[in-house]
Design a protein around this ligand. Sequence first.
Ligand SMILES: Nc1ncnc2c1ncn2[C@@H]1O[C@H](COP(=O)(O)OP(=O)(O)O)[C@@H](O)[C@H]1O
Ligand SMILES: [Mg+2]
Length: 422
Amino acid sequence: MVLVSNPTPVVSSPTPGQTPTSQPLEASTQGPTSLPGVEDVMGVLRGVIDPELGSDIVELGMARGAVVQPDGLVEVNVALTTSGCPLRAQIQRDVRARVGNLPGVTKVKIHWSELTQEQKATAMAKARFNVSQNAPDTTVPTTTKVVMVASGKGGVGKSSITVNLAAELAQRKMRVGVMDADIWGYSVPRMLGVEGRLAGVEGEKKIVPNEKQVGAGVLEVVSMGFLVDKEETALMWRGLILNRAVKHFLEDVRWGQLDYLLIDMPPGTGDVQMGIAKMLPQAEMVVVTTPARSAQKVAARVASMGRSNYLRIAGVIENMSEFVDPQGNSYPIFGSGGGKELAEELGVSLWGQVPIDGSVATGGDEGTPTVLGQGSGPAAQALRQIADRLLEEIPKIDMAGCTARIFEAANEALANLEITAS
Ligand SMILES: Nc1ncnc2c1ncn2[C@@H]1O[C@H](COP(=O)(O)OP(=O)(O)O)[C@@H](O)[C@H]1O
Ligand SMILES: [Mg+2]
């Protein structure tokens, strides 16, 4: 029966005219950097979600194969449900960003086509199946951009950056989720000035996040701090529970229609990363580091763990950069250059440098992130620019004008098919 046929991605051979090598994917002999395999490319493409259909483009049969050329050019074949859909730009960006992020890739070329009626029907059936049978893996909307804020070690300002970016996005009229996955060292509730136990939803086994209104925007916050009475209790929890708690936050929390979900990751630890990568393949990672060389090394390790889980590294943020006194003299207290070097090493961009600024610490203690306070300090300014960068690099999904069209077309295709197939 046509509807359940599995759209196995076609892995085509190099385009005619090019000298085919016996092993075009293993070009490690060509240079110092080895190239990714087709399976790595397909692996990262699983992180590209069609926001409309709610599944990844490999699963939906929209990613129809890839070719890795010896010079690092990766050609990807993508078939859309409807060509000319505004989501094309979104998918294009995601494919480029994710594939381009693989080590050794020099260029990404996308060959576009449109799914045939039959393939479209298959994709729809898959999407429906996922929705009905496979109970969605998470309660995070597929239209939500997920950003993991990670660091190699604690104390680099990961939580401060998470809450400030979240607050800044909310201030710009967005609905932003903050998930405090740093189960042992949670600090998000205090830093955002949000408290109170999490409430359940009547009749459903779901938890509602605590909310904080920020101007016209909203923060939805979930933290271990809302579930335990004392910090010491959380400290006694061990790894297994840690993973379970994170899973719980993604499966059982009734998140609203978030534009962004920022996750304050526990430092290091690949297993939490892996768990999140599995449940939210669309997640992307930003790595926070201090200017010190030693910090750069551990941060690089956390990034490489991310990559091995097919997570895209979207950028680097340097925190605790030079302190500038009112006279304009600068003091590189924690060293300098670490952020830039890390970004270069990872082949991603440095989103910005947040200077040492007392308002970050006082804002955190008072529950008002510095970007919400007077907001004129050097750190607040830097954080605002970093929020601009985030919006550029991980743009919010705009669904307007797409939904009805695709569903109509696909439903029509499906109806036709059911008639002819019977
Ligand atoms: N740019 C900064 N300037 C001054 N103090 C900072 C800055 N960033 C973070 N801090 C302070 O450093 C400490 C550690 O930051 P935190 O965000 O809790 O780090 P992490 O989450 O990585 O452990 C906190 O007391 C915080 O207020
Ligand atoms: Mg923290």
